[in-house]
Design a protein around this ligand. Structure first.
Ligand code: SF4
Length: 229
């Protein structure tokens, strides 16, 4: 059994202010009022520039392309289903960020960049919650999301190849470079395991387990409800 979905998201994706602050490296605190005002002024521009697109594919393991033993993170080895996810907000926002930087508008550039990163992160989380619901509807469990190269995943960047082998990334205009970088830059990919024997994650994304305790982007949401997103 396989389920593939390619979605061009209609309407705007609204990342929470906390998420944007995190990408501005404010951690759990808020920026000064002038920065907040500048941020609020750039939100409409970000809405115009982001082109959110989602692609995910849930495959039974015997349908997974290029899967070798130990290719998936230890907690989901043996999962009967794997979910591959890829999201992007397109190239326009990063082009505008670069234009602002080149013309010396550094604060605008930084804030717009953070808005783009927070939007793609929000989109990624929403997509992972779709996988949670897919599993729940079938009386099954879903793991957390593993991102290739992420400090909390302990899953090597080379794993991008497995994800891209199982998705038609060109459907949403994303490509993987020979150096395993995604283009457009503001794209994120992930893998999740699904199965009755898999421990149900309380949330799909968290930096829990990453050793970089001082990382300004650290994100450890509290687990109130697994589907309360
Ligand atoms: S703490 Fe920083 S480096 Fe570690 S997983 Fe989180 S964002 Fe990545």
């Amino acid at each position: 059994m396989a389920e593939g979905v390619c979605i061009e998201v209609e309407g705007s994706i609204e990342p929470s202010p906390e998420r944007v602050f995190r990408y501005l490296e404010y951690g759990g605190s808020s920026p000064a009022a002038p920065v907040v005002r500048k941020l609020e002024g750039l939100v409409p521009k970000a809405h115009v520039l982001v082109q959110p697109k989602v692609l995910y594919q849930i495959r039974s393991v015997d349908e997974v392309v290029d899967l070798c033993k130990n290719d998936v993170p230890a907690p989901i080895q043996g999962a009967p289903f794997l979910a591959f996810g890829l999201v992007t907000v397109g190239p326009a926002i990063e082009e505008e960020v670069e234009k602002l930087r080149e013309t010396g508008r550094l604060l605008d550039s930084l804030i717009l960049d953070a808005l783009g990163s927070a939007t793609v992160s929000e989109l990624c989380e929403q997509t992972a919650y779709r996988v949670f619901r897919w599993a729940e509807e079938r009386g099954s469990n879903a793991s957390r999301a593993f991102e290739p190269g992420s400090g909390s995943s302990s899953w090597p960047l080379e794993s991008q190849r497995l994800i891209f082998a199982n998705l038609q990334a060109e459907q949403i205009g994303v490509e993987l470079t020979p150096h395993l970088l995604m283009r457009p830059i503001k794209s994120l990919s992930f893998l999740m395991g699904i199965g009755a024997e898999i421990e149900q994650a309380s949330m799909p994304f968290s930096c829990q387990g990453c050793k970089r305790l001082g990382c300004p982007y650290r994100y450890e949401p509290s687990a109130s409800s697994p589907y309360g997103h």
